[in-house]
Design a protein around this ligand. Structure first.
Ligand code: GAL
Length: 971
């Protein structure tokens, strides 16, 4: 086995399409014999791979499931790196420490395979040498690419010995440096496929749709096995197509309904030969670029996309049909219309489902050489002609396998592989082979050989500039390359990094995508967090990340950056995304509802618009709006219905929801695709105050409240810090010269504020406590005044004024009050925005109403513990603990300019605990309820990869005032 050369694999047949065929298939998945060695030199040639089915296995042999990654089956450990290679850059040599696994399967073959068959491997990381009955079939390269070996004449009826030696690292590893776990093994299906004489070896059906007259064509190329004999028949029964084909040709099919992500109309076609029948699902559509605008079927489209890696918390990149289904349904349910298969071809089942459900796919080749960036791209394979064959082979395998899928709108050459002629050669081959789709590659900003100008994490300002630059004539003297780039639509193949409490800025990007026709949208980074499942000491399920497996080189939790957890729990970022990606925008104004159709291809007839009026937590009425035909991207203004005006009580909240009329493959009828609201919440009635509260309720030293109607608590105290989020831990790209916020807060001591009581006096029937809160060793302060009044036996009001003093060298994450209640939290009920959390730049999705959440739901279980869970817009909250309930009501700010609503965070953990625990499942609760009531909060941004918090969502030192009614209740 030669794993140190620059070429592609050897011995396999030329790549072809994945066919749904009647020809026999036998899965060789199952339990295989297995042994492992620490390096190639240690792996013996002891006859294990000969043709003796009864060969006596030594004691080093064990068994392993196929497909699987051996490091997740108890042999060695997974390892995570982002950009860096975990081995020396010494191409094409892999390191000596290179686990090698020997896989062996003895199997019988039914007669239908003996005439002609191939052995198909869909995924082996990273290189395999394959032998059948002692005979070398060849080697694979391209871990996520299919290899088929011809076994005609090599297969026997019984006792076949299939021997596969797999090296974890090989020359191929230099081309597979994606930001993900290194997970060796045979991890996708192994099949034996009959290849009957006269059957179909390959089909390429290029569909097209002419929007001006609504007709479609299929340009068909058919390759038969062996001597073709009779011509094949090609049928599309629904379109009355039934003809004989030899090589192929262009077939006009007349009027058709077009395919798009919004109208995933498929036609079943059959290619019939005496030996086998192949079924195709055809979607007619045209992808093109006109005047730097991306069009599908003649209409501009917006890619509302996500990047999807394959990941399962137990099985890594092993395919699971349930996970795939979960992913694609969740995407559709959250208004996602596009997927980039970062950074390799997915399991082929994804494409079948994307065709059916309606998702545009950017199908990416298995290629990334990012680690070379660490050495200034010296020796980058993309620019070394000796690697050309490997590059072309990867692209050809990528394109051939999936070329018949309507959902694929772009072929992507790979990710972050620098620049070089090998990439150009891939593009040239692809363009010649399949001119029906666009070519994408982000890594070469010259963009000379691609059809779309793609970037990742381009800032708001740069995105705006790119959108705007084509609205004016090209500058004098622009080069041909510049002119070419100006002709291209722009997309962000990655943007809005969803790591932890993130991504901020969705609204601002969406606003730009809406404003400039050149901007074709983008793909959030990324869909799934790649946590590896574990069980905590107390049996809690948790996830591990880089460094948890003793790796010498790793990138920590940078692999945990998804819109859904590894178990596909929806993170708040996805809730916000669903709002911005919604195909309908609804705005409730004083007397009307403004509705915008944001579908690219259809009107709004698939949606019903349901209104609901509420006051004081009660529904006053509901009904349906009559919305006539609203064409794509059109906006209509609809008067509020009379029933609403005639309600006996005036509503505090009017909500209009757009819901599905009919059940879809991806959601039930009634599923909400968009929502608009208007709230006019009535301020709470201030209570009658009954005098100065007893001093005994307060701590004698800190003057913090210790008891309220029997409820034991401690607070409030002025608080500015939050547990650093993943974004807080890194400087935003616009501030790379500065330390990250988390470090600046820590340096200043924002997490260690000390509060001194300045005075405590009785004044005007109130207890007035003045405090000064200062970081240790500093003199910048927040001066607070708490005016306490008794408001019943179990109630007090407190009017809080917070005023910064001195110079604060860094913006704050929040300005608020902390309280600790005895007893663990049991949940919260509140009036405000919910049910999920929101932060100023991650605020869409949650809506006005009366909400409740259990204690578990109140915090988002980010794998790396961090600030989470703030419920914003809160007017009134009942915070339940094991000890009793604290009811917090925001009283009208009135002339004093106090805030009318607060953000409430309730946690069983102190911020210190959250900040010092590395994994969610390791958090230890202290049996108390930690409450924060914030007057202001800063945004979250996307500094983990991209821009930090935008200036308008930052929180410079500022004063604030709030009046709260605090009541205790039993239970
Ligand atoms: C991009 C890269 C992704 C991922 C992301 C950060 O540069 O293409 O694979 O690493 O950054 O999470």
């Amino acid at each position: 086995m030669n794993i140190a050369r620059k070429g592609p694999g050897t011995g396999s047949r030329s790549p072809r399409a994945r066919l749904h065929t009647t020809a026999p298939r036998r899965s060789l998945n199952g339990t295989w014999q297995f042994r492992i060695f620490p390096g190639l030199a240690a792996a013996p040639d002891d006859g294990w791979d000969g043709d003796d089915a009864g060969w006596a296995l030594g004691e080093e042999w064990t068994s392993i499931p196929v497909p699987a990654h051996w490091v997740l089956e108890g042999h060695g450990r997974p390892a995570y790196t982002n950009v860096r290679f975990p081995f020396p850059i010494d191409p094409p040599n892999p390191p000596d420490e290179n686990p090698v696994g020997d896989y062996r399967l003895v199997f019988d073959a039914a007669p239908e395979f003996l005439e002609g068959a191939v052995l198909r491997f869909d995924g082996v990381e990273s290189a395999a040498e394959v032998r059948l009955n002692g005979e070398l079939l060849g080697e694979t390269r391209g871990s996520r690419l299919t290899h088929e070996f011809d076994v005609r004449g090599k297969l026997r009826a019984t006792g076949n010995v299939l021997a596969v030696r797999v090296a974890q690292f090989s020359d191929a590893s230099y081309l597979e440096d994606q930001d993900m776990w290194w997970l060796p093994g045979i991890f996708r299906d192994v099949d034996l496929l009959a290849v009957p004489d006269g059957g179909v070896w390959d089909v390429f059906a290029v569909t097209d749709y002419e929007a001006t007259d609504g007709t479609g064509t299929v340009d068909l190329s058919v390759t038969r096995n062996g001597a073709a004999g009779e011509p094949a028949r090609f049928r599309i029964p629904e379109l009355d197509v039934d003809l004989e084909v030899t090589g192929g040709g262009v077939i006009g099919v007349g009027g058709v309904e077009p395919w798009s992500a919004e109208t995933p109309r498929l036609y079943t076609a059959e290619l019939v030969t005496p030996a086998e029948t192949v079924t195709l699902r055809l979607g007619f559509r045209r992808i093109e670029v006109r005047d730097s605008v991306l069009l599908v079927n003649g209409a501009p489209i917006q890619l509302r996309g996500v990047n999807r890696h394959e990941h399962d918390p137990e099985r890594g990149r092993v395919f699971s049909p349930e996970r795939l289904e979960q992913d694609l349904l969740l995407m559709k349910q959250h208004n996602v219309n596009a997927v980039r298969t970062s950074h390799y071809p997915p399991h082929p089942a994804l494409l079948d489902r994307a065709d059916e459900l309606g998702l545009f796919v950017v199908l990416e080749c298995d290629l990334e050489t990012h680690g070379f960036e660490e050495i200034g791209w010296r020796g980058n394979p993309s620019a070394d002609p000796q690697w050309r064959g490997a590059y072309l082979d990867r692209m050809q395998r990528t394109v051939h396998r999936d070329k018949n899928h309507a959902s694929i709108v772009m072929w992507s050459l790979g990710n972050e592989s620098g620049t070089g002629e090998n990439l150009e050669a891939m593009a040239a081959w692809t363009r010649a082979f399949d001119p029906s789709r666009l070519i994408h590659y982000e890594g070469d900003w010259s963009s000379t050989y691609v059809d779309v100008y793609s970037r990742m994490y381009a800032s708001f300002e740069e995105t705006r500039r790119i959108g705007e630059e084509v609205l004016t004539p090209a500058p004098f003297g622009a080069t041909a390359a510049e002119m070419h780039r100006r002709s291209l639509p722009f997309m962000q193949c990655e943007y809005a990094h969803a790591m932890g409490n993130s991504p901020g800025g969705l609204e601002e990007y969406q606003e730009l995508f809406d404003r400039y026709p050149r901007l074709a949208g983008g793909f959030i980074w990324e869909w799934i967090e790649h946590g590896i499942a574990t069980t905590g000491a107390d049996g809690r399920r948790g996830y591990l990340y880089g460094g948890d497996f003793g790796e010498h080189t790793h990138d920590g939790n940078f692999v945990i950056d998804g819109l859904v957890s590894a178990d596909r729990e929806v993170r708040p970022g996805l809730v916000a995304l669903a709002h911005w990606y919604s195909p309908v925008r609804i705005e409730v104004t004083d007397g009307a509802v403004v509705i915008q159709n944001r579908y690219d291809h259809v009107d709004l007839s698939g949606l019903r618009f349901v209104w609901k009026a509420e006051a004081d937590g009660r529904e006053l009425g509901r009904g349906e709006l009559k919305v006539g035909r609203v064409a794509s991207w059109e906006k209509v203004v609809i008067a509020l219905p009379d029933e609403l005006a005639d309600l006996a009580e005036s509503p505090e909240i009017v909500t209009v929801e757009a819901v599905l009329v009919d059940k879809q493959l991806w959601a039930e009828a009634g599923h909400v695709v968009g929502r608009g609201q208007r709230a006019w919440l009535t301020p709470a009635e201030p209570p009658l105050e009954t005098g100065v509260p007893p001093r005994s309720a307060f701590d004698p030293v800190s003057l913090r409240l210790r008891e309220l109607g029997g409820l034991r608590l401690d607070g409030p105290v002025t608080s500015l810090w939050r547990v650093p989020t993943d974004n807080d831990r890194r400087p935003g790209w616009e501030e790379m010269d500065k330390p990250a916020y988390a470090a600046r807060w820590e340096l200043l001591g924002l997490n260690r504020l000390l509060t001194r009581v300045v005075s405590a006096t009785e004044q005007d029937g109130a207890l007035v406590v003045r405090t000064r809160t200062v970081p240790p060793g500093r003199d910048c302060a927040v001066d607070a005044e708490y005016v306490w009044r008794q408001a019943g036996p179990n109630a007090m009001t407190v009017e809080v004024t917070l005023v910064p003093d001195g110079t604060w060298p860094v913006e704050w994450p929040r300005l608020g009050l902390d309280l600790v209640l005895e007893g663990a939290p049991t949940g919260m009920a509140w009036r405000g925005l919910g049910p999920g959390p929101s932060y100023p730049d991650l605020a869409a999705g949650p809506f006005w109403g009366d909400h409740e959440a259990s204690a578990d739901e109140l915090l988002t279980p980010y794998v790396l513990p961090q600030e989470s869970g703030a419920r914003a817009g809160v007017r009134h909250a009942s915070i339940g603990t094991e000890q009793g309930t604290l009811v917090v009501t925001v009283l009208p700010g009135g002339a004093s300019g106090g805030v009318e609503e607060v953000a409430v965070t309730v946690s069983p953990y102190s911020r210190k605990t959250l900040a010092t625990t590395a994994h969610q499942h390791e958090l230890v609760a202290d049996g108390r309820t930690h409450v924060s009531i914030d007057l202001f909060q800063a945004g979250v941004g996307t500094a983990a990869c991209g821009e930090g918090v935008l200036p308008r969502y930052r929180l410079a030192a500022r004063p604030g005032r709030v009046t709260l009614l605090l009541e205790s209740r039993e239970g």
